[in-house]
Design a protein around this ligand. Sequence first.
Ligand code: NAI
Length: 464
Amino acid sequence: MVNICCIGAGYVGGPSSAVIAYKCHDINVTIVDLNQARIDAWNSDNLPIYEPGLDEVVFARRGKNLFFSTNVDQAIIDADLIFVSVNTPTKKTGMGAGMAADLAYIETATRRIAQVATTPKIVIEKSTVPCRTAQSMRTILEANSTSNVRFDILSNPEFLAEGTAISDLTNPDRVLIGCLQTPEGFAAQQKLVDVYSRWIPKERVITMNLWSSELSKLAANALLAQRISSINALSAICEATGADVDEVAYACGTDSRIGPKFLKASVGFGGSCFQKDILNLVYLSEQLYLPEVAAYWKSVVTMNEYQKQRFTHRIVRTLFNTVTHKRIALLGFAFKKDTGDTRESAAITLSSYLVQERAHVAIYDPKVSAKQIKLDLTEPGVGTNEAEVEKHVEICNSAYEACAGAAALVIVTEWDEFKMAQLDYQKIYDSMQKPAFIFDGRLILDAPKLREIGFRVETIGKSI
Ligand code: NAI
């Protein structure tokens, strides 16, 4: 029986390790975390993250070959393979603040492995890290090992997207496994290939050197975010010229060299990864004395900030240049549909801007709790404090409740339940102040139909 330990029971560690247990009943998987509340939730009926299909996977294997625990040391001692899936947020202070990845969590987890391991371990970098982090992990492991045990390090970056994590994990485009190009490195790599090959076709399990694997993760996220910023930049031109961004995206996306994915204009990308990973790449480029490369990738993030700001300005301008005391309904707070994750969500920037303009912001999201929304809006640096949030923000239990009496409705997250087929927009119109405005930040509504009802509609990337 192979024993796997995963350090970090978050959006990546939880689902990715649970899927290994689900697919390989003869492998024992223990997911550990220092956060007791998170582990308690993983062991309850109410899992700490919302992800379609996740409950089914966890409930099928929990207590059989899938375990959640805070006993990090024991799980390390028992494991043959150890995934390190801890968070790597952008550094907030010190050298590289605002750009470099904070590797403190990686370092703490690595030191723990070195201190408690008594048998050889394969340590797998699952977290997204700057290129050559494996080298630092190796140095830490070798310098701190108490029993002189052998450690092999692999890079196995995760490509799952929140909202589709389970299908991404069960049927991935590819799995990357990087290793040192030594006989021991190849042997360790083969052990992990053997695990994934149980359910993933061999040709999709790609092996390469450690540094290529580490850089490929940053590169993939940078390229994806770049597409969004590119279409968002074009959306500004559309609004100014009468071109329609949906038509432009369709025209470009049907070119087989370009392809249709990630060409949806929006209020801006969010999520815990895109911005952080691009800034990470920017920092890496600066460290390598490549300022032009750094500036090139930085512009992807700059464009995203511009898009969020442009959209909020459009709201204020359209509402006769003032939103003071006006009720504005924000539909959606998660950074995208089918997840409760709000990290870097465009909704945070939007809400904070509207609160600063002294609007009354009524927020509804199907999966984000009131507590989380308030936490996000009072984080340092967001621009709104507790007193302002108490006074100007109202968390609602339905879209209808948020829209009742509102001057404007803003689609921030593309949840299916906000689409025309699911919400009664006539009922919403009847309950709103007149003129009733809709701002579609996700291009999910049928503007002509809404205009027939009587709404004034403003859509990203369209001038009418
Ligand atoms: P997360 O913040 O949801 O989870 C990380 C967990 O690690 C937390 O629960 C934390 O308590 C735990 N942790 C930190 N230090 C620890 C330690 N020393 N011992 C035990 N537990 C510890 O983060 P998330 O979203 O799961 O991301 C993890 C990594 O995966 C990051 O590097 C991220 O960039 C990467 N990634 C994230 C994706 C996403 O969609 N969220 C997708 C692909 C990669």
